[in-house]
Design a binder for this molecule. Structure first.
Ligand SMILES: Nc1ncnc2c1ncn2[C@@H]1O[C@H](COP(=O)(O)OP(=O)(O)OP(=O)(O)O)[C@@H](O)[C@H]1O
Ligand SMILES: [Mg+2]
Length: 310
């Protein structure tokens, strides 16, 4: 769906992105991580032609992005930026409706879409629709920015630290919502984040950048277990690798069906990392496991955290 080949970009003779090759399949969610200044935002901006590469080719859906004017290209790519970038003299509703207006959607459809998105992003329409960006908190502005990116239902979403300014609870809700939208509608997403746990949670593929180059890409487990070099190892913090690996596995994959344990149950869809936390706080050797409806399914023993039984 997205093919970047041999792309470089220099600013004032200084390399921001060097000879980048990256492919993101249709319906895939790739996460870009890396130190500040490693070229992540520049990469996203080259995809919607806010920045033109010095060399190389970028194709989206098989088509060289230079074959259409930038403003037409951007109507089909949702883009949520690091600095939010709302139009200050437009209301929340007008900001979200920007691309649907350009695409000449009927007004009733635009209005319904704005309401739907405000709902999803937990900004009640009655309260927020008519406000201006300066009347919103930083996190609320950020959510309007995400709504604007989603508005015209684009197949490709570029998200540059879209949840940076949010509290952990709202952030977790929106992460789940993004994962749901992406899977349900098969969106191709490139997400930039500084939050390693967010990257591991959402990324079907994780792309690690350093100094304008990709130093490693792969699944979360591969990157945690076999970092390509010292930079990647340090980036994922060796002291956290164990719990992060536990965070990749659901309780249902390790639990013993039909086995009994006492106490309050944990949900089968929680992660082993969450289970570890419950083990440590309760100081018990086994936890009962239930499904989403509260029906008991079995038990998880502490040892099960170590691996699947033989
Ligand atoms: N318009 C510009 N003019 C000059 N230099 C630029 C410009 N945009 C980016 N750079 C430089 O290019 C490099 C890569 O910047 P980029 O914004 O892509 O980094 P990033 O990985 O997104 O960093 P962060 O995590 O801090 O957002 C940086 O050194 C930055 O200073
Ligand atoms: Mg950036």
């Amino acid at each position: 769906m997205i093919e970047i080949s041999g792309v470089s970009k220099r600013f004032n003779g200084w390399s921001a992105v060097s000879d980048l090759d990256l492919e993101v399949a249709e319906g895939e969610l790739a996460v870009l991580v890396g130190t500040s200044g490693s070229g992540k935002s520049t990469t996203l901006k080259m995809l919607n032609r806010l920045i033109e590469p010095d060399c190389g080719v970028i194709r989206i859906a098989g088509r060289d992005i230079r074959s259409q004017p930038p403003e037409i290209l951007r109507r089909h790519i949702g883009y949520a930026i690091q600095s939010v970038g709302l139009f200050p003299h437009w209301t929340v509703e007008q900001n979200i409706a920007a691309v649907p207006q350009l695409l000449k959607w009927p007004q009733a459809r635009i209005r319904a879409r704005v309401e739907e998105l405000l709902e999803v992003l937990q900004l009640p329409a009655r309260q927020f629709r008519q406000r201006y960006p300066h009347q919103l908190s930083g996190g609320q502005q950020q959510r309007v920015g995400v709504a604007r990116a989603l508005a015209a239902d684009p197949d490709v979403l570029l998200m540059d630290e879209p949840f940076g300014a949010l509290d952990p609870v709202t952030r977790a809700t929106l992460q789940q919502e993004l994962a749901r939208i992406q899977q349900l509608f098969g969106k191709t997403v490139i997400l930039v984040t500084h939050d390693i746990d967010e990257a591991l949670l959402l990324g079907q593929r994780i792309v690690v950048m350093d100094q304008g180059r990709i130093v490693q890409q792969g699944g979360a487990r591969d990157i945690l277990l076999t970092p390509a070099n010292g930079f990647v190892r340090e980036f994922f913090n060796p002291a956290e690798v164990g719990v992060r690996l536990l965070g990749l596995v659901r309780v249902e994959e390790r639990m013993r069906r039909g086995e009994h344990a006492d106490g309050a149950a944990i949900r089968a869809d929680s992660t082993l990392r969450e289970a570890l936390s419950v083990f440590i706080t309760r100081k018990v050797p086994a936890l009962p496991v239930e499904d989403g409806q509260g029906a008991r399914l079995g038990a998880l023993r502490f040892d099960d955290l170590l691996g699947a039984r033989a």
